[in-house]
Design a protein around this ligand. Sequence first.
Ligand SMILES: Nc1nc2c(ncn2[C@@H]2O[C@H](COP(=O)(O)OP(=O)(O)OP(=O)(O)O)[C@@H](O)[C@H]2O)c(=O)[nH]1
Length: 388
Amino acid sequence: MQLNVETLSLINGCQALVLALILWFGTHGGSMHAINGLRLRAVALLLEAGGDLTLLLASKMSPLTVVLVGNSLNLAAQAVTIIALRMVLQRNLRWREATLLGAAAWLVVTYLSTAHPDYELRVLWGSFFLACNSALNISALRGGCRKKETRAQCLLLWTYVLSIVLLVWRNVSLWTLATPPHSISAPGQVNTLYVLLFGIAPLLGSVGFLLLYNEILQRELHNLARIDPLTGVINRLGLLEASETLLARARRKHEPVGVLLIDADHFKSINDRFGHDDGDRVLLELVSNIRRVLRAGDLVGRVGGEEFLVLSPSVNAGDLMTLAERIRAAVERTSFYIAGERYGLTVSIGAAIADDGEPDMMAARRRADMALYEAKRAGRNCVMISAH
Ligand SMILES: Nc1nc2c(ncn2[C@@H]2O[C@H](COP(=O)(O)OP(=O)(O)OP(=O)(O)O)[C@@H](O)[C@H]2O)c(=O)[nH]1
């Protein structure tokens, strides 16, 4: 089999088709934005396969049909890819810019094929618009190579940078060659190499999309394991990790970390009276009360049942007591409405300070637990701090 534009177009078309099927049928689960983005990318690949088919059948069509149909399909594929990538990354979709770029490119290329036929100029303008499409993708991925949590964004970023380099190389070759080809399907080294490399871009792009999807799934699993599904705050595991990070930072700065253990009073009576579902709603309202009082940098997590832990960096005992008292007062002031009935809820709070010499958060947590026990014994709805 000879390596010419037709052969390469057949290979590229089959490759795009297989990649589209893999992206469409091989991915399921995860967030809707990722799945929808992958589906759109599969549609773009089908359009690209259509463009490759046009090149394959170029000898059986008029040159004008090849240009118009091939360009329409390829430009549509580029526009859809811009939207698909931004959908996966949850960026502004820029569908208006993508459509305008596609339409402008199509008009210019059509003009330079019909009213004022000029192959070099047509390739130049076509390349300019393709480079603009790549630039839009690069802007969506900017900083991707600096982010530790993603390799896929870096791979995609380089794919689009290299596609711009390829376009520049093709144009420089066409303008400097003594006998340049006068259509994409004409035999010649520049066309063969361009079609070969242009065909690799969808493969790299699709691998990049799949890696992005994998990273999104991993991130979702990571969060799922650390977030309490009822209240949306971090759970025990999340708290354990966060407290180690906070303590390490505090140690470096020689600053203490405040620990508050907050427990709803007589919560069992709410469940007994109104049922578990209404009890859940009260827990949600309680969490939003606590969150409203916290400063930026403070953390709240659920340690279990109706018990919550707050970690507050860089506080002394006085500041910590003020924070705890504000939380207690905010909950006491709030009217919880259950089944149309007003219900007052209070919390008891145990406080402790972890200083920068503590090896982990466990000791401070135990002291806060003992202080909480004292608060319950003292009649509830109050704050107690442990002496170190
Ligand atoms: N609705 C709801 N209730 C929960 C959840 N987790 C734990 N509970 C309930 O919280 C109640 C805790 O009861 P206790 O440990 O006796 O504490 P309490 O009634 O708050 O009494 P004190 O803490 O001594 O003031 C139990 O009825 C649990 O069923 C939850 O996710 N949702």
